[in-house]
Write a protein that binds this ligand. Structure first.
Ligand code: ZN
Ligand code: ZN
Length: 150
């Protein structure tokens, strides 16, 4: 296994460059409608690092609240979606895995929000498929947002 102490990534136009100071975890596909509309793609692969380990090295991320549970960060120049921060996990950041310079050894391990999956889009894998959030995530969302857990 390749040992990474740091990984780097950035946006299409090069204005945004970031560095990860620890190894990402929880890589997975999200098929939710907000990810689809934010990216124009049928699904997005996110992974997570502690927020303090996501270092913005160049540029300035534009932030937009995309739902009642979180905000999305993207390059204001070219629009590349870079990351998302959710209210129930303020100490973590979910970044878009394919914006890493090299993501070959960081494959997704699950699918979430399958209930809004595009019918013609599927992947050939045996990964766990969740209609909505993973059970552990749902519990965290519920504890933080009892009124509107989804
Ligand atoms: Zn850019
Ligand atoms: Zn999503």
């Amino acid at each position: 296994m390749i040992e990474h102490s740091e990984r780097s990534g950035g946006c299409l136009c090069g204005a945004i460059r970031y560095r990860l100071m620890s190894e990402p975890y929880d890589a997975g596909y999200c098929h939710c409608r907000m990810c689809q509309l934010t990216t124009g793609a049928p699904a997005v692969v996110f992974a997570t690092v502690p927020r303090a380990d996501f270092l913005l090295e160049n540029g300035e991320l534009t932030c937009r609240r995309s739902s009642n549970i979180g905000e999305r960060w993207f390059c204001g120049e070219c629009g590349t979606p870079i990351a998302m921060v959710v209210d129930y996990a303020p100490d973590e950041i979910d970044f878009t895995v394919v914006t890493l310079d090299d993501s070959i050894d960081l494959p997704p391990a699950f699918h979430i929000w399958r209930e809004s999956r595009v019918g013609w889009f599927d992947t050939i894998d045996a990964l766990p498929r969740h209609e909505r959030a993973r059970p552990e995530t749902a519990a965290r969302m519920e504890s933080r947002h009892p009124a509107h857990a989804d």
